[in-house]
Design a protein around this ligand. Sequence first.
Ligand code: SF4
Length: 244
Amino acid sequence: MSKVSGVVLYEGPSVLDGQPIIAVATFSSKNEKTGPMIQTWILRSDVEPQVASKAGLDGSVCGACPHRHSLGGSCYVITHQGPLAVYRSFKRGNYPTFDPGIHGSLFTGRMIRLGAYGDPAAVPVDVWSSVVSLTTGHTGYTHQIGHPKFDSRILHYCMVSADTPKGALAHQFHGRRTFRVKTEDSPLAANEVLCLSETTGISCLACGLCNGAKGDGPSVAINVHGTYAKRYVSKYGRINAIAV
Ligand code: SF4
Protein backbone atom coordinates (compact mmCIF):
# COMPACT_ATOMS: atom_id res chain seq x y z
CA MET A 1 0.00 0.00 0.00
CA SER A 2 1.44 3.39 -0.98
CA LYS A 3 1.71 5.92 1.85
CA VAL A 4 -1.74 7.08 2.85
CA SER A 5 -1.91 10.41 4.74
CA GLY A 6 -5.58 10.07 5.56
CA VAL A 7 -8.82 8.25 4.80
CA VAL A 8 -12.45 9.29 4.45
CA LEU A 9 -14.34 7.61 7.27
CA TYR A 10 -17.72 9.05 6.32
CA GLU A 11 -19.26 11.03 3.50
CA GLY A 12 -22.96 11.71 3.71
CA PRO A 13 -25.61 13.75 5.49
CA SER A 14 -24.91 15.33 8.85
CA VAL A 15 -26.79 13.63 11.67
CA LEU A 16 -27.53 17.12 12.99
CA ASP A 17 -29.03 18.88 9.97
CA GLY A 18 -28.85 16.53 6.96
CA GLN A 19 -26.37 18.71 5.03
CA PRO A 20 -23.37 17.09 3.26
CA ILE A 21 -20.36 16.43 5.47
CA ILE A 22 -17.23 14.30 5.61
CA ALA A 23 -15.23 12.78 8.44
CA VAL A 24 -11.56 12.34 7.56
CA ALA A 25 -8.89 10.62 9.66
CA THR A 26 -5.32 11.85 9.20
CA PHE A 27 -2.40 9.83 10.46
CA SER A 28 0.32 12.33 11.23
CA SER A 29 0.02 15.20 13.68
CA LYS A 30 2.34 17.84 15.12
CA ASN A 31 -0.20 18.85 17.77
CA GLU A 32 1.87 19.06 20.96
CA LYS A 33 -1.07 18.89 23.35
CA THR A 34 -2.57 15.71 21.93
CA GLY A 35 0.71 14.10 20.86
CA PRO A 36 0.82 11.99 17.69
CA MET A 37 -2.77 10.74 17.81
CA ILE A 38 -4.78 10.02 14.69
CA GLN A 39 -6.81 13.20 14.16
CA THR A 40 -10.31 13.29 12.75
CA TRP A 41 -11.83 16.24 10.93
CA ILE A 42 -15.56 16.73 10.52
CA LEU A 43 -16.22 19.21 7.74
CA ARG A 44 -18.87 20.35 5.32
CA SER A 45 -18.03 18.57 2.07
CA ASP A 46 -19.33 21.36 -0.17
CA VAL A 47 -17.93 24.56 1.37
CA GLU A 48 -14.46 25.47 2.64
CA PRO A 49 -14.55 25.43 6.46
CA GLN A 50 -13.70 29.10 6.99
CA VAL A 51 -16.41 30.06 4.48
CA ALA A 52 -18.90 27.73 6.19
CA SER A 53 -18.00 29.28 9.53
CA LYS A 54 -18.50 32.86 8.30
CA ALA A 55 -21.79 31.96 6.61
CA GLY A 56 -23.12 30.11 9.66
CA LEU A 57 -23.18 26.82 7.73
CA ASP A 58 -20.95 25.21 10.36
CA GLY A 59 -24.01 24.08 12.30
CA SER A 60 -23.83 20.92 10.17
CA VAL A 61 -20.59 19.94 11.88
CA CYS A 62 -20.59 21.98 15.09
CA GLY A 63 -24.31 21.86 15.88
CA ALA A 64 -25.32 23.78 18.95
CA CYS A 65 -21.78 24.54 20.15
CA PRO A 66 -21.79 28.10 21.54
CA HIS A 67 -18.09 28.47 20.70
CA ARG A 68 -18.72 28.67 16.94
CA HIS A 69 -17.14 31.85 15.59
CA SER A 70 -20.34 32.49 13.67
CA LEU A 71 -22.05 32.84 17.06
CA GLY A 72 -19.32 35.12 18.42
CA GLY A 73 -17.73 32.16 20.19
CA SER A 74 -14.21 31.34 21.32
CA CYS A 75 -13.42 28.06 19.51
CA TYR A 76 -9.65 27.58 19.47
CA VAL A 77 -9.62 25.91 16.03
CA ILE A 78 -8.46 28.22 13.24
CA THR A 79 -10.62 27.04 10.35
CA HIS A 80 -8.33 28.31 7.59
CA GLN A 81 -5.43 26.26 8.94
CA GLY A 82 -5.80 22.50 9.66
CA PRO A 83 -9.45 22.16 8.61
CA LEU A 84 -8.88 23.98 5.30
CA ALA A 85 -5.77 21.92 4.51
CA VAL A 86 -7.74 18.71 5.07
CA TYR A 87 -10.71 19.99 3.04
CA ARG A 88 -8.49 20.88 0.08
CA SER A 89 -6.67 17.57 0.26
CA PHE A 90 -10.04 15.82 0.22
CA LYS A 91 -11.11 17.84 -2.81
CA ARG A 92 -7.87 16.91 -4.60
CA GLY A 93 -8.77 13.26 -4.06
CA ASN A 94 -5.86 12.57 -1.71
CA TYR A 95 -7.87 10.50 0.77
CA PRO A 96 -9.22 7.08 -0.20
CA THR A 97 -12.48 5.86 1.31
CA PHE A 98 -11.75 3.85 4.44
CA ASP A 99 -11.71 0.11 3.86
CA PRO A 100 -11.00 -1.90 7.06
CA GLY A 101 -9.36 -4.67 5.03
CA ILE A 102 -6.91 -2.25 3.40
CA HIS A 103 -6.50 0.54 5.96
CA GLY A 104 -7.32 -1.16 9.27
CA SER A 105 -3.64 -1.67 10.13
CA LEU A 106 -3.13 2.13 10.02
CA PHE A 107 -5.32 2.35 13.13
CA THR A 108 -3.93 -0.64 15.00
CA GLY A 109 -1.92 0.28 18.08
CA ARG A 110 -2.75 3.98 17.76
CA MET A 111 -4.87 6.42 19.77
CA ILE A 112 -7.50 8.43 17.93
CA ARG A 113 -8.93 11.88 18.64
CA LEU A 114 -12.56 12.22 17.62
CA GLY A 115 -13.11 15.74 16.38
CA ALA A 116 -9.89 17.72 15.88
CA TYR A 117 -12.48 19.98 14.26
CA GLY A 118 -16.24 19.45 14.32
CA ASP A 119 -18.42 17.53 16.72
CA PRO A 120 -18.37 13.71 16.57
CA ALA A 121 -22.17 13.72 17.06
CA ALA A 122 -22.54 15.05 13.49
CA VAL A 123 -21.36 11.64 12.23
CA PRO A 124 -23.32 8.37 12.64
CA VAL A 125 -22.11 6.65 15.80
CA ASP A 126 -21.43 3.36 13.95
CA VAL A 127 -18.63 5.10 12.06
CA TRP A 128 -16.89 5.84 15.35
CA SER A 129 -17.57 2.48 16.97
CA SER A 130 -16.03 0.58 14.04
CA VAL A 131 -12.92 2.71 13.87
CA VAL A 132 -12.40 3.06 17.63
CA SER A 133 -12.53 -0.73 17.93
CA LEU A 134 -9.34 -0.90 15.85
CA THR A 135 -7.39 1.50 18.06
CA THR A 136 -5.89 1.31 21.54
CA GLY A 137 -7.97 4.25 22.77
CA HIS A 138 -9.61 7.52 21.98
CA THR A 139 -10.56 10.96 23.20
CA GLY A 140 -13.63 12.94 22.20
CA TYR A 141 -15.95 15.78 23.23
CA THR A 142 -19.50 16.67 22.28
CA HIS A 143 -21.54 19.80 22.72
CA GLN A 144 -24.69 18.24 21.27
CA ILE A 145 -26.33 16.56 24.25
CA GLY A 146 -29.23 19.04 24.05
CA HIS A 147 -29.55 18.80 20.26
CA PRO A 148 -32.85 17.23 19.10
CA LYS A 149 -30.95 14.84 16.80
CA PHE A 150 -28.38 13.77 19.41
CA ASP A 151 -27.64 10.04 19.51
CA SER A 152 -26.88 9.28 23.16
CA ARG A 153 -24.60 6.36 22.18
CA ILE A 154 -22.01 9.05 21.39
CA LEU A 155 -21.59 9.38 25.17
CA HIS A 156 -19.65 6.09 25.13
CA TYR A 157 -16.99 7.88 23.08
CA CYS A 158 -17.20 11.55 24.05
CA MET A 159 -17.09 13.64 27.19
CA VAL A 160 -19.96 16.08 27.60
CA SER A 161 -18.60 19.57 26.91
CA ALA A 162 -19.90 21.93 29.57
CA ASP A 163 -19.64 25.70 29.55
CA THR A 164 -20.59 26.56 33.09
CA PRO A 165 -20.01 25.00 36.53
CA LYS A 166 -23.77 24.62 36.95
CA GLY A 167 -24.14 22.81 33.62
CA ALA A 168 -21.22 20.52 34.41
CA LEU A 169 -22.56 19.62 37.84
CA ALA A 170 -25.98 18.78 36.40
CA HIS A 171 -24.43 16.28 33.99
CA GLN A 172 -22.11 14.86 36.63
CA PHE A 173 -25.11 14.35 38.92
CA HIS A 174 -26.62 12.14 36.21
CA GLY A 175 -23.42 10.10 35.85
CA ARG A 176 -22.06 11.83 32.76
CA ARG A 177 -18.42 12.88 32.82
CA THR A 178 -17.84 16.40 31.61
CA PHE A 179 -15.07 18.44 30.06
CA ARG A 180 -15.35 22.05 31.08
CA VAL A 181 -13.44 25.10 29.92
CA LYS A 182 -12.98 27.56 32.74
CA THR A 183 -11.25 30.81 33.52
CA GLU A 184 -7.92 30.48 35.29
CA ASP A 185 -9.08 31.94 38.59
CA SER A 186 -12.28 29.87 38.94
CA PRO A 187 -12.35 26.75 41.16
CA LEU A 188 -12.68 23.08 40.26
CA ALA A 189 -15.71 21.08 41.35
CA ALA A 190 -15.15 18.26 43.86
CA ASN A 191 -15.24 15.58 41.18
CA GLU A 192 -13.14 17.44 38.60
CA VAL A 193 -9.42 17.39 37.89
CA LEU A 194 -7.49 19.94 35.93
CA CYS A 195 -6.47 18.66 32.50
CA LEU A 196 -3.31 16.63 33.01
CA SER A 197 -1.52 18.42 30.20
CA GLU A 198 -1.67 21.53 32.40
CA THR A 199 -0.70 19.87 35.66
CA THR A 200 1.89 17.35 34.45
CA GLY A 201 2.67 18.37 30.87
CA ILE A 202 1.73 14.98 29.44
CA SER A 203 -0.08 14.67 26.13
CA CYS A 204 -3.59 13.31 25.51
CA LEU A 205 -1.90 10.34 23.87
CA ALA A 206 -0.26 9.42 27.18
CA CYS A 207 -3.20 10.49 29.34
CA GLY A 208 -6.36 9.31 27.59
CA LEU A 209 -8.62 10.41 30.45
CA CYS A 210 -11.16 12.08 28.15
CA ASN A 211 -12.45 8.82 26.74
CA GLY A 212 -16.19 9.28 27.11
CA ALA A 213 -18.93 10.46 29.43
CA LYS A 214 -19.75 6.86 30.38
CA GLY A 215 -16.14 5.91 31.12
CA ASP A 216 -14.45 5.61 34.50
CA GLY A 217 -12.63 8.47 36.16
CA PRO A 218 -13.22 12.07 37.11
CA SER A 219 -14.55 14.90 35.01
CA VAL A 220 -12.00 17.31 33.58
CA ALA A 221 -11.66 21.08 33.45
CA ILE A 222 -9.15 23.12 31.49
CA ASN A 223 -8.18 26.75 31.70
CA VAL A 224 -9.23 28.69 28.62
CA HIS A 225 -6.53 29.09 25.99
CA GLY A 226 -6.14 29.97 22.34
CA THR A 227 -6.58 32.94 20.05
CA TYR A 228 -10.18 33.56 21.07
CA ALA A 229 -9.68 33.20 24.84
CA LYS A 230 -10.67 36.84 25.47
CA ARG A 231 -14.05 36.20 23.88
CA TYR A 232 -14.57 33.27 26.26
CA VAL A 233 -13.67 35.35 29.31
CA SER A 234 -16.06 38.13 28.32
CA LYS A 235 -18.86 35.61 27.65
CA TYR A 236 -18.37 33.18 30.54
CA GLY A 237 -16.01 34.89 33.01
CA ARG A 238 -18.74 35.99 35.39
CA ILE A 239 -20.49 32.63 35.32
CA ASN A 240 -17.21 30.90 36.15
CA ALA A 241 -16.68 33.21 39.10
CA ILE A 242 -19.55 31.53 40.97
CA ALA A 243 -18.04 29.07 43.44
CA VAL A 244 -18.96 25.42 42.74
S1 SF4 B 1 -7.25 15.35 30.70
FE1 SF4 B 1 -5.82 14.11 29.49
S2 SF4 B 1 -7.00 13.38 27.68
FE2 SF4 B 1 -8.16 15.06 28.63
S3 SF4 B 1 -7.53 16.91 27.48
FE3 SF4 B 1 -6.20 16.77 29.30
S4 SF4 B 1 -4.37 15.62 28.65
FE4 SF4 B 1 -5.99 15.30 27.07
